[in-house]
Design a protein around this ligand. Sequence first.
Ligand SMILES: [Zn+2]
Length: 69
Amino acid sequence: MVQNNSDIEDEDSGRKPKVCKNCGKGDGIKEIVFGYPSGDFDQEKYIPGGCCIGVFVPKWHCAHCSHEW
Ligand SMILES: [Zn+2]
């Protein structure tokens, strides 16, 4: 179920960052997904970003400080 090929996370490769860039906490990071993916949408891990994509599209959301980057 869990797709975790490696613990090595590199945000440049699109993987989930270990910590929030703003507050440094690592347990509140959710991936922002646009649109509404069918199937296994885990709201513990993902947050819907809506269907409108603007100029700046954050990919990660921190549940602690609401920082998005
Ligand atoms: Zn944060």
